[in-house]
Design a protein around this ligand. Sequence first.
Ligand code: NAD
Ligand code: DAU
Length: 350
Amino acid sequence: MKKILITGGAGFIGSCVVRRFVNNYPDYLIVNLDSLTYAGNLQNLIDIEDFPNYRFEKADIRNKEEINRIFDKYDITDVVHLAAESHVDRSITNPLDFVLTNVIGTVTLLEAAKTKWKENYGEHLFYHVSTDEVYGALGSEGLFTEETRYDPHSPYSASKAASDHFVRAYHDTYGIKAVVSNCSNNYGPYHFPEKLIPLMINNIINHKPLPVYGDGNYTRDWLYVKDHAVAIDLVFHEGKSGDTYNIGGFNEWKNIDLVLLLCKQMDEKLGREPGTSNKLITYVKDRPGHDRRYAIDASKINRELGWKPSVTFEQGLSETIDWFLANEKWLNDVTSGNYATYYDKQYANI
Ligand code: NAD
Ligand code: DAU
């Protein structure tokens, strides 16, 4: 029986992955390990928290003793590692947190796996969920492939690049089965409203300014989070150890065009006059070291594992806006910090 440790399962993508694995694999035990930083929220998993194949452990991936305890307690067979500091702007103001969690935390998990699985590395998998930002920035042409040279620019992407290299080093040096996937920008339900799309949705709802960095012509490739979770499921089950898989939406948008699309859809859904939200757009000081363009070539995962995105951007964005409008309490709790008390209520006595 697989007993899978999913780290960062209370975050945006992690909760989507945990939900998918808990629902689709009743014969697996899914252990969600999360330290519940500002970005971790157990309200994201209310629908599955009582499932018999689900457990939650509040722990920090930097804490060697805790990680070893959890490996032993559940006899962990595989790891899907998503826990990280994930916001580029925060990495610019506080890089050390990113090194500690993303690099030291990842190596701490790898060390536990190396020790606990030493009898038979061939039977266990360490899967690192990473980002396309490790590849740096593209000009107006071209796509990131699995062969693109690493060239990270922000403290966030440098820390993720380092952690990718450590995962590969443990594969090459100790023979631990490992895969890495590098994905483009996700969006969807439960997205923390510091990131572009949920921040704009929240600000439009509340008639607040929409801060567009620099000239707004920075380009990102957007993927619906549920499609990322499907890809992670496939890579986990069918990916080749030692390999890398790029995951992306084939869906490039300049930030300003995306914000204009959001304004249009939101005005329609909120019954506001067309053009109302456009007036909130405010150009602000640029992010230092801002990467101009990201775009993923996801043909390898399509060719080898048969994956491709299932929803168009218009569908995914519309569903996302509907989710935020229907989940005002979640948004209010997150923006006010109230969700911290949810953990205390649910798990304090365990
Ligand atoms: P998130 O910030 O929403 O969630 C991160 C989770 O990790 C939170 O629940 C947080 O509490 C937990 N965490 C942070 N530090 C921890 C620590 N020291 N110990 C234990 N738990 C800790 O992030 P996300 O957007 O869901 O991203 C998840 C992963 O996917 C990250 O590794 C990120 O680099 C990667 N990724 C994200 C995107 C994206 O667009 N969001 C795209 C590609 C890859
Ligand atoms: O590419 C994958 C990465 O995507 C992930 O690895 C990161 O964890 C995730 O946060 C995301 O990084 P970005 O920096 O691309 O995402 P963010 O939502 O912060 O910004 C998207 C673009 O929008 C970027 O060009 C900066 C711009 N932006 C962002 C914010 C928050 C603005 O113009 N205004 C804003 O207020």
